[in-house]
Design a protein around this ligand. Structure first.
Ligand code: GLC
Length: 431
C-alpha cells in the first residue's frame, strides 16, 4: 500500500503542486495541499516544500490564501476562474487566478509536521525560516478581517470555505436564502453517481453566495455585513488554533521574533476562551457551529464537533464528554470511525459526500487529538479503522462508514487515487 500511495502522489504531481484527483479536481486546493505536503515529506522533502511554496506563491497582498488556485485552463471543473473572478479584489494575486474564498488554515501544523519528518533538518529549518512569515500573515489576515466582533473566532462566508461542502449543517442557512435557479453544466455529476454528490439546488445556493461576494469585489467588510452565509465553524477555528500553536513552536525554534510570538499567544488565549464559552454545547455533548448572520447556534453533531481535540481546546471533562458522544453516536461496532455526520440523525446519509461518509483528513486530525488527550485505545481504533477502510475500499475520496457493505467488495466513493487519502495513509503509518 505504501508503494501504491507514493505512485498516486507522483501521478497527481504537476509542475510544483499536486492535484487532489485526476478525474474530478484539476487544480491546487488549499487544505488538500497541506495534507498532501505532509505525505510527500515522507519520501521527498523537496517535493513537499515545493507544494507549500507554490501555494504561498498564490497568496494575496493582504495575507489571504485562496481555496483553489487555477494554475492551468481546464474544462473538467465547474465553477472555474471565469466564474470566481478573483481579480475583482484589489489586493488579489495578479499572477494566479483563484477563487475569492479560502479553506481551513492547515499550513502552520503542516510546516511543523514536515519538519518532524524531514531527514535534512538543516534545510528544513531554512525552509521554515524563509516561509513562516507568510503563514503568520495569513493568520493575521484571519484575525484582522474575519472577526468583526473581535471575539477571537473567525467566520467563513461560504460552505466551501469549511471544506465540508454539503454537510446538513448548512441546510437551515440555505432555507433562509432566496437563491435564483442557475443555468450551468456541472462536471462532477457526469463522472460520479449524482446520489453521492451535492444536488443541483444546493449548487444554486453555492453560486448565489459567490455572486453576492463578487458584487462587493470580495471586500471582507462588505461580506461580513451582507453575506447570507456567515458562520463560526469549530473545525476551521480549531485548525487555526492548532496552526497558531505550531507557529509559536516553530518561531521559538528559530529564535527571535518575540513580537510575533507575543501576538500569537494573545490571539491564542482569546480564541480558546471564546471557543469554549460560545461553541461548547453541554446538552449535546459536543462543539457546534454558530450562525453569525442569523445569530443562533447550529445545534447538530458532525465530525467537526470533535476537531477541537486536535487543537487542545477542551479541558479534561469536556474531552471526556466528547469521547462519550463520539462513542454513543458514531462508534457502533458495525461502523468505521468517523462518519462525517451524526449517524443517529435523520439527515445522515452514508453515501453522500459530507452528509455521512468517512473522510481520511478528519480521521487523521481526530487520531492526533485523541492521542494528545491520552485516549490511546480509541486513537488506535481511529487509526486502524482508517487503514482498514483504505485497504478494503482503495485510495478513494470518501467512504461508506457501514462495515457491512464492504463484504460485497464495494469500493470508496468520489474521486479515485485521491491525493490526501494516499498522503495521510503514509503519515498515519509512520506515527
Ligand atoms: C471537495 C471537498 C473539499 C476538497 C476538494 C478537493 O470539494 O469537499 O474539502 O478540498 O474536494 O479535494
Amino acid at each position: 500500500m505504501r508503494d501504491k500511495a507514493i505512485d498516486i502522489l507522483k501521478g497527481n504531481w504537476r509542475e510544483g503542486y499536486t492535484i487532489p484527483s485526476k478525474n474530478l479536481y484539476p487544480y491546487q486546493w488549499k487544505w488538500d495541499s497541506g495534507f498532501i505536503a505532509m505525505g510527500l515529506a515522507h519520501f521527498d522533502q523537496k517535493m513537499a516544500e515545493q507544494e507549500v511554496l507554490t501555494l504561498l506563491d498564490a497568496q494575496w497582498k493582504n495575507g489571504f490564501i485562496p481555496h483553489i488556485v487555477f494554475h492551468k485552463e481546464s474544462d473538467t471543473y465547474f465553477p472555474g476562474p471565469n466564474f470566481h473572478r478573483s481579480d475583482l479584489h484589489p489586493l488579489a494575486n495578479k499572477d494566479y487566478p483563484s477563487t475569492g474564498m479560502t479553506q481551513p488554515p492547515v499550513l502552520g501544523f503542516t510546516l511543523e509536521r514536515m519538519h518532524e519528518v524531514a531527514k535534512n533538518k538543516k534545510d528544513s529549518l531554512q525552509f521554515i525560516k524563509d516561509n513562516i512569515d507568510s503563514v503568520y500573515k495569513n493568520h493575521q489576515y484571519f484575525y484582522e478581517h474575519r472577526d468583526p466582533k473581535d471575539e477571537g473566532l473567525v467566520y467563513i462566508y461560504h460552505n466551501w470555505e469549511s471544506g465540508t461542502d454539503n454537510s446538513p449543517l448548512w441546510d437551515p442557512i440555505f432555507e433562509t436564502i432566496d437563491a435564483p435557479v442557475y443555468n450551468f453544466e456541472r462536471r462532477d455529476t457526469s463522472i460520479i453517481d449524482p446520489s453521492e454528490r451535492p444536488t443541483k439546488r444546493e449548487y444554486d445556493y453555492y453560486l448565489h453566495i459567490i455572486d453576492i461576494a463578487k458584487k462587493h469585489n470580495y471586500s471582507d467588510q462588505k461580506i461580513a455585513e451582507s453575506s447570507p452565509f456567515l458562520v463560526q465553524d469549530p473545525l476551521f477555528n480549531s485548525m487555526l488554533i492548532k496552526s497558531n500553536r505550531s507557529l509559536i513552536t516553530l518561531y521559538r525554534l528559530l529564535g527571535g521574533n518575540e513580537d510575533k510570538i507575543d501576538q500569537l499567544v494573545r490571539w491564542q488565549a482569546k480564541s480558546m476562551d471564546s471557543f469554549n464559552s460560545k461553541l461548547f454545547d453541554s446538552e449535546l455533548g459536543a462543539y457546534i457551529h454558530y450562525d453569525l448572520r442569523n445569530d443562533k447556534p447550529i445545534r447538530m453533531v458532525s465530525s467537526s464537533s470533535f476537531s477541537p481535540l486536535f487543537a487542545g481546546i477542551p479541558n479534561k471533562e469536556q474531552a471526556e464528554v466528547l469521547v462519550k458522544t463520539m462513542m454513543e453516536k458514531f462508534g457502533g461496532e458495525d461502523m468505521y470511525l468517523c462518519a462525517s455526520f451524526d449517524p443517529t440523525s435523520d439527515q445522515f446519509n452514508p453515501k453522500k459526500y459530507w452528509r455521512g461518509p468517512v473522510w481520511i483528513n478528519l480521521n487523521w486530525m481526530l487520531y492526533h487529538g485523541l492521542l494528545d488527550y491520552g485516549y490511546h485505545e480509541l486513537a488506535q481504533r481511529m487509526k486502524s479503522d482508517s487503514i482498514e477502510i483504505l485497504q478494503k475500499a482503495g485510495f478513494y475520496e470518501y467512504f461508506d462508514p457501514r462495515k457491512s457493505i464492504y463484504k460485497d467488495g464495494n469500493k470508496g466513493y468520489g474521486g479515485s487515487d485521491f491525493s490526501w487519502s494516499a498522503a495521510l495513509f503514509l503519515d498515519l503509518t509512520e506515527t
